[in-house]
Design a protein. Structure first.
Length: 312
């Protein structure tokens, strides 16, 4: 029976059909999705911290309003993704527990500090730019709730990317000091952005199953290449220089050749030893504890309304 189920499941995947929460699915597929979607959700939530750091110091009221809206969107993305993960039979509490104890990862990029206003530009342009490349591909992922969350999230990410590019373009057309800040932000965020796509395909533990089950539609290296090809042109347009002496256009493949990522740095950050790993998790634990009364009040209210009290 189980072998039949597996065959039917794979046939559905191969035919490009979506798998929905109540459909039969192999346990390994369910676990793979819980891991990836929850880590994606945690990335959105932890990703609010580096930018949240600059809300009170935004240079204009407009810039402050736009940044607040962006950070709020990220909270919303985290919520869609936690909800999608919960459809796989795991509770929000378990997911938060996994994040806070280090069992679940979140994107390495959010363990780097935001040192200047130009970093808000670099995050929007590069980090959201990299996220879009990945998430546009994930719109076609095989699990229905994840795919639908990606469609909504991608629309908002395009606004985020433009918000960042606008900051970078203003600063690179500004005073020499502003140009220097923009270039410095690009220098610091370029390589960590390339790391967002994960290890090389040959080193990636999960890619083979992810491709077989159409959870991933493109591999880590293919998406990274797409991001480089798009972003180098955008940097040229605003007069910034990509910090990679090996970067070169290859007219035959019509792709950029680029230098090697520092994989020791990548794994150090992924394994908890980046600049901000401890700070990010401690902040999360503290706000979670401070928010306990809000969750209790919301639960008490929903229990009351479900019992028909408070509906009048
Ligand atoms: N950072 O076999 P692999 C945003 C881990 S947020 C940390 O290739 P997979 C935004 C990987 O988890 C959007 N860990 O794995 C928010 C695995 O470890 P585990 C973030 C990484 O899953 C606020 C191990 O390395 N986007 O847009 O096939 C402000 C082996 O890797 C990383 C997503 O989350 C990394 N960079 O591929 C601004 C996209 N890379 O789990 C913006 C969804 C790898 O076995 N996720 N690892 O312990 C994915 O597409 C895939 O999970 C990845 C990795 C491409 C990231």
């Amino acid at each position: 029976m189980s072998a039949d189920n597996e065959i039917i499941f794979q046939e559905k995947i191969d035919a490009g059909l979506k798998i929905e929460p109540k459909d039969w699915m192999p346990d390994k597929y369910r676990k793979h999705l819980i891991r990836q979607i929850s880590q994606h959700a945690h990335s959105e939530i932890i990703g609010m911290q580096p930018e949240g750091n600059w809300i009170t110091r935004a240079p204009t009221l407009r810039a402050k309003m736009v940044l607040i809206a962006k950070v709020q969107d990220e909270a919303g993305h985290g919520l869609y993704l936690y909800s999608a993960t919960e459809t796989l039979g795991i509770t929000r509490n378990e997911l938060i527990q996994q994040l806070q104890t280090g069992k679940a990862k979140y994107s390495s990029i959010f363990n780097y500090p935001t040192l200047s206003w130009a970093d808000m530009g670099a995050i929007g342009w590069l980090v959201d730019g990299a996220a879009i490349v990945n998430q546009q591909s994930l719109r076609r992922t095989s699990y229905g709730p994840y795919s639908r969350a990606m469609v909504r999230i991608c629309k908002e990410e395009s606004f985020h990317q433009r918000q960042g590019y606008e900051i970078m373009s203003k600063m690179s057309n500004g005073t020499p000091e502003q140009q220097e800040m923009a270039q410095d932000a690009l220098n610091r965020w370029w390589w960590p952005s390339l790391m967002m796509f994960g290890p090389h395909d040959s080193e990636s533990a999960h890619t083979s199953n992810a491709m077989k089950w159409k959870i991933k539609r493109e591999t880590n290296d293919d998406l990274r290449q797409l991001f480089v090809d798009r972003t180098v042109k955008q940097a040229d347009l605003i007069g910034l220089e990509i910090p990679d002496p090996k970067l070169k256009w290859n007219p035959e493949t019509k792709h950029y050749i680029f230098g090697e990522i520092d994989w020791d740095e990548f794994w150090e950050v992924v394994n908890g030893n980046g600049f901000c790993n401890k700070e990010r998790i401690n902040n999360h634990i503290n706000s979670h504890e401070e928010g306990q009364w809000v969750r209790e009040a919301a639960l008490a209210y929903s229990e009351k309304t479900q019992n028909g009290v408070g509906n009048e």
